[in-house]
Write a protein that binds this ligand. Sequence first.
Ligand code: KE4
Length: 428
Amino acid sequence: MDTTRSQQLMAEASKVIPGGVNSPVRAFRSVGGAPIFYDHAKGSRVWDVDRNVYVDFVGSWGPMILGHAPEVVLEAVRAQLGRGTSFGAPTELEVRMAQAVVAAVPSIEMVRMVSSGTEATMSALRLARGFTGRDLFVKFDGNYHGHSDALLTSAGSGLVTLGIPSTPGVTAGAAGDTIVLPYNDIAAVVQAFEARGDRIAAVIVEPVAGNMGVVPPRPGFLEGLRAVCDSFGSVLIFDEVITGFRVALGGAQERYAVTPDLTTLGKIIGGGFPVGAFGGRAEIMERLAPLGPVYQAGTLSGNPIAMVAGLALIGELSKPGVYAELERKGARLASGICKAAETAGIETCCTRVGSMSCTFFTAEDVVDWATAATSDTQRYAAFFRGMLERGVTLAPSQYEATFTSLAHTDEDIDIAIAAAAETLEELS
Ligand code: KE4
């Protein structure tokens, strides 16, 4: 596969952008080789700058649930562009977007728009601390909630991909109030609360972990978090930046019927534009400035282009049958790859929730970071490269999710399964 132009661009990029990328996970550091530079994308396909075409299962790390450049979003954006792209003033579009989020996610009584998932989780944590007057909070090993200081301890995604245990620049003061516990271990949570529960402002959790690969919640885990937060008056925050509008219209909280106090959103709700959001119980949200004393702000928060894109996308996802189709496509892909590994005699742990899935190269049953970390990342790297050579893009890390979209046809999925069978046969 000719990647000459990508390599040339990477050489130029590396001179002016750290590592040549604007986000570390794009750098292919854990899978080897130089990153491919994308030229354009449409539906289930992406084209790189060397005119290679791929069936894409990264989907910009989650937002492209309708596929790339869906006409419904493009039309909405085109219609808005000539009317102005950002005003720094309230618009009707922000009201309609807030109403759409509130309608889709019943636990969200009020919502504030921001411009990234990181902003959403950072703000939700500050709000929970301001609401409770407490400092400590619980997060889980291998969960990733963006790169704000307090949340970067023992985080997943790029940190585990690059083997960065903790991040220089995050001070002891910033990280000192973070309690990190094993995912899916409700006993550890109860023990932490019994020791310090009256000082714990919040628990923040990925209700389906998507940043150490895909790890579903064990039965009782989310329910246990709800119960312990109720017992100690702590705020339960579901970080649904990945799972929001992905695993159900109402997110993981709809799928697992557990109601958080606050929810963070991102990715899909922006329709491919920079959008994050956080929302939840009105009595908590009303502590936010300008109503209350907890400050949070953003120049481009709720900007009209991102709002029309998000509204168009949510409108499509609200149509009947959408999540059944995402479920069908997700299952077809995940089971096909899993069967191909079995046929090749390669031990894997295959996980899936709806249209997000993962093939862990380990014989362990992956339930948390400790078991996810037993994966053979070199074998995943070889799998990733073999798939890329065969025209299929997966996440360039064992510790991310594979995303199936509404744009993937059964033929696309069968192409990926055939590529996996060939690649895994080579690896066996
Ligand atoms: P952003 O700041 O990247 O928009 O969102 C941070 C974030 C928060 N919460 C969860 C559950 C997330 O998954 C993320 C971001 N996800 C990563 C990859 N899984 C984004 C990709 C990247 O870092 O380039």
